[in-house]
Design a protein around this ligand. Structure first.
Ligand code: GDG
Length: 481
């Protein structure tokens, strides 16, 4: 029976060794939840890294690691500390991530880390090739594995390969600065189908292929010697039911939530103040520092809102080995301290700042308790948080303020769309959100929810897989000519 092989940098479960026992915890990210149903329904395997390096895994536990992964239909790729440093913290997160998010000044071009990226992509390829059987379909995910499609295709031209990029694909003028631009494009063209969140990323990619590789591109197809590569956009959805049901349950429990308790206890004795939510990984692409400055500007421009609003900011620790992330942490800590110091009164703290990750229930607590979500990425492939916030608004109230630089903005025009560099616009949107009549909030969210419910993550995965099946027919036609 043929199966689908999913490959991503990390497995959907994280393994840890505690006192010589292996513990598995499920990953919480959008990719993990999104692909769960494809993984479950396709009798498939998921290939990726467990989170444990070879150095952290005692020899006698290696088989147990494999067995723990196998229980969840996963196959681990074994990586060393050096691999992780060069491949993940190096080329993936110091070259590709900043470049593809237009942070040219943060982008490092280091030959050595690129070489590790090549080596590690080969390690993934070897595991894939060991697990492929005739008739299988392969779905590769994200920017850490852009060489993988070509490595697999070379050995197994009979297998259909799909690739999905979860981050933006930059414009040709930015992409062309990469010393390994040809290798990356050729790596991706090993796929039969390449998917992006938006039409713009798709367009940028096609333009790079035609200008850098001088390859003929017509509409959304690239014709190679022996096959056709299809390129299309598939905006990723969320597990709508999971979020809306959790929110309904939360509402019914009339909550003893952490936030509510704090307010009831009058720790901050302005319980009626409106709450503005901000949730992201602590990443420079998410525009967190800008957001705090824009909030400061809002309090200056509209002082009547002092003591009437509060920014609840969850910043989830991320990639803390990369210097830019350490600098950002320092900047955000200082900004929060400065603004709280500047505006706070005995009874009011303008920013509640949490630097940690939270369990799912607390996340739902934040989504359902906050009146406004303020998401201001400088660049963001999609931004699932925006979609999750809307999905949890069971009574349809709540206002989403969203950066036009997030892929999600293209499908969420009923939100208040802002330019994250324009503090004037953000301050005005905040005022508009504070004053928006409930009927208008409900009207906007009704449209948004309808769309999110219809195009959920299962539909997204299904559409991609369906298009991938179609590419097989196209290739048969090319071969026949
Ligand atoms: C990349 C692209 C694209 C966050 N904090 C906690 C937590 N989360 C969950 C959210 C959401 C996910 O993590 C974050 O997804 P985003 O889409 O917002 O951002 P990235 O992590 O940067 O993801 C992005 C995405 O891939 C998918 O293609 O949209 O543009 O950058 O699901 O709920 N979950 C829990 N605790 C937390 O503290 N449980």
């Amino acid at each position: 029976m043929s199966k689908t092989i999913i490959i991503s940098n990390r497995l959907p479960l994280q393994l840890q060794i505690d006192n010589y026992t292996i513990k598995a915890t499920p990953s919480v990210g959008g990719l993990a939840t999104g692909m769960k149903s494809v993984h479950r329904d396709s009798n498939g395997v998921w290939i990726g890294w467990t989170g444990l390096t070879e150095e952290e895994t005692p020899e006698e536990l290696v088989d147990e690691v494999v067995a723990a992964a196998k229980k969840e239909q996963c196959v681990p790729v074994s990586l060393t500390e050096k691999d992780i440093n060069g491949f993940y913290y190096g080329f993936s997160n110091r070259t590709i991530w900043p470049l593809f998010h237009y942070f040219m000044e943060y982008t490092e071009f280091e030959k050595e880390s690129y070489q590790t990226y090549v080596e590690v992509n080969k390690k993934y390829a070897n595991v894939v090739l060991e697990n492929i059987e005739e008739g299988d379909t392969v779905w590769v995910h994200d920017y850490q594995l852009m060489l993988l499609p070509e490595l697999i295709k070379k050995e197994r031209p009979d297998v259909q390969i799909g690739f999905f990029l979860h981050i933006p694909f930059p414009s040709y003028e930015v992409f062309r600065t990469l010393p390994w631009r040809v290798e990356i494009l050729k790596g991706l063209l090993g796929s039969d189908l390449i998917g992006f969140h938006t039409y713009d990323y798709q367009r940028h990619f096609l333009s790079s292929v035609s200008r850098i590789l001088r390859q003929e591109v017509s509409f959304n197809e690239i014709t190679l010697k022996d096959r056709i590569v299809t390129v299309n956009s598939y905006p990723m959805g969320i597990d709508y039911e999971k979020f809306s049901e959790a929110a309904a349950k939360h509402d019914a429990a009339k909550n003893q939530s952490e936030l509510q308790r704090r307010l009831d206890l009058h720790i901050d004795s302005t319980p009626d103040a409106k709450m503005i939510l901000s949730i992201d990984r602590l990443d420079y692409s998410k525009g967190i520092a800008n957001r705090i400055r824009a909030y400061e500007y809002f309090l200056e421009k509209y002082p009547e809102f002092k003591e009437k609003v509060r920014l609840v900011m969850l910043a989830v620790p991320s990639r803390s080995n990369v210097p830019q992330y350490q600098l950002l942490k320092k900047e955000v800590d200082e900004l929060v301290g400065r603004i709280n110091g500047k505006f706070a009164t005995v009874s009011w703290t303008p920013i509640w700042y949490f630097y940690r990750s939270m369990p799912f229930e607390n996340l739902i607590d934040l989504y359902t308790t906050c009146d406004v979500a303020l998401l201001t990425p400088i660049r963001d492939g999609m931004n699932l948080v925006a979609k999750e916030y809307v999905a949890t608004r069971t009574d349809k109230t709540g206002v989403l303020i969203l950066s036009e630089m997030a892929g999600a903005a293209q499908e969420m025009s009923e939100a208040l769309i802002i330019n994250p560099n324009n503090f004037e616009e953000i301050a005005d949107a905040l005022k508009q959100a504070m004053e928006m009549p409930e009927a208008e909030q409900i009207k906007r969210n009704k449209f948004l929810q309808k769309r999110l419910k219809r195009y959920n993550v299962e539909k997204w995965a299904h559409d991609f897989m369906h298009s991938l099946e179609d590419t097989a027919h196209k290739s048969d036609i090319v071969k026949a000519i």
